[in-house]
Design a protein. Structure first.
Ligand SMILES: NC(=O)c1ccc[n+]([C@@H]2O[C@H](COP(=O)([O-])OP(=O)(O)OC[C@H]3O[C@@H](n4cnc5c(N)ncnc54)[C@H](OP(=O)(O)O)[C@@H]3O)[C@@H](O)[C@H]2O)c1
Length: 345
């Protein structure tokens, strides 16, 4: 079997999960080289890896490079992404620097693998909350075109990387120790407010786009990315994104209106056969998706499907998925697998 040389840039929560996922999903990897901001040795899954600092020649000989560095002008993909493409590799970038760039397909393999092609070698991985939403909505959209989506998210702290996980852990210990006084004395740093035993209706900073007044950037990402992935530029989508005191896996309450009616049993039938979806919808037995069960899994879990009593042709659904796995690392590795299966790599 042909082997492919893989690079991973960034070795935080997402990058280290990528290395685990490559192994767990048995990606036909030859060499695996890892890059970060400083040289060192790191152990992942019991295996020692040498961490290199990238330079102009680092990507020669690599077939695919998965980016999981920080975003922005000093971030890894802005610095090295196109260099890796020039060196002959396909790039799969987890950050949001290039998601809306016309040169870059934005891909969730279960939904729009057809956007992958040999002329666009810089591929963007969508935002975690967008990925799980489109995995659940695309099969329904194919059946009865979507008119409007209203989504509220409950996003775990691992979405902020190691800093978010550490902050919830420390605050939860501090608040538990002073219970019933649960307001902590330590100053928050990963978030603008205490996250332990709280909810924060802010993810990222305010959007500067006047078309999205008072929306935070995560909410704008969900709108724009959903339209790009579904090839639906005018699709009506609105989002409220909330950080929740949960370590792993994001949850979403989605109200979706279609051009024609879909009954609950039709929706269940469609979703139970949909790629990447696991249907958990037995409300009478208290069976529905929850973050504790979704953590560590690659599937998107869907349940609580109801006909919206306030709107004809609309459904309410509840969607949960692991943001580090399907929302980042696993989706990126699945894109690489799809490049192999489509013989693009
Ligand atoms: N967490 C999620 O749920 C999630 C979901 C989807 C997408 N993403 C995106 O995935 C990326 C990584 O997220 P994360 O949660 O893993 O972050 P993280 O835990 O903060 O880790 C960031 C990693 O990037 C490395 N890095 C930063 N700048 C770099 C540069 N210029 N060159 C090389 N390496 C660089 C850091 O190196 P050092 O180790 O040397 O400091 C670190 O290993 C971000 O763009 C994030 O937005 C995250």
């Amino acid at each position: 079997m042909k082997k492919y040389n893989v690079g991973v840039v960034g070795i935080g929560l997402v990058g280290s999960e990528m290395v685990r996922v490559l192994e767990q999903r048995k990606f036909p990897a030859g060499q695996v080289r890892i890059f970060a901001t400083r040289e060192r040795e790191e152990e992942i899954n019991g295996k020692k890896y040498r961490i290199e600092v990238a330079n102009d020649n680092s990507f020669k000989g690599l077939d695919v490079v998965l980016f999981a560095g920080t975003e922005g002008s000093k971030g890894a993909s802005k610095q090295w992404g196109w260099k890796a493409v020039e060196s002959g590799a396909y790039v799969i970038d987890n950050g949001d620097d290039f998601r809306m760039d016309e040169r870059c397909p934005l891909v969730v393999p279960e939904v729009n693998a057809h956007h992958l092609n040999k002329n666009q070698r810089f591929i963007a991985n969508p935002n975690c909350s967008t990925i799980q939403m489109v995995v659940a909505l695309a099969p329904l959209h194919r059946h009865a075109k979507i008119k409007r989506v209203i989504v509220s998210t409950y996003q775990s702290v691992s979405g902020t990387g190691r800093a978010g996980v550490q902050e919830l852990y420390e605050q939860a210990k501090e608040a538990s120790a002073s219970y019933p006084e649960i307001k902590v004395k330590s100053k928050p740093s990963a978030y603008p407010h205490q996250i332990a035993f709280n909810l924060i209706p802010q993810i990222s900073t305010l959007s500067e786009d006047p078309g999205f007044a008072n929306y935070y950037k995560e909410e704008v990402k969900m709108v724009r990315e959903t339209r790009k992935i579904l090839d639906a530029p005018g699709l009506k989508v609105t989002a409220t994104c909330v950080r929740a005191p949960v370590f792993w896996a994001h949850s979403e309450s989605i109200n979706v209106e279609f051009e024609k009616k879909i009954t609950v049993s039709e929706a269940r039938k469609i979703l139970s056969g949909a790629p990447g979806v696991v249907l958990l919808d037995e409300p009478e037995k208290s069976v529905y998706p929850m973050p504790l069960e979704a953590a560590g899994r690659d599937e998107t879990f869907v349940g609580r499907i109801r006909e919206d009593v306030s709107c004809p042709n609309a459904l309410d659904i509840w969607v949960v998925s692991d943001n580090i796995r399907k929302g980042a690392a696993s989706n990126a590795v699945q894109i690489a697998e799809t490049l192999v299966s489509k013989q693009l790599l």
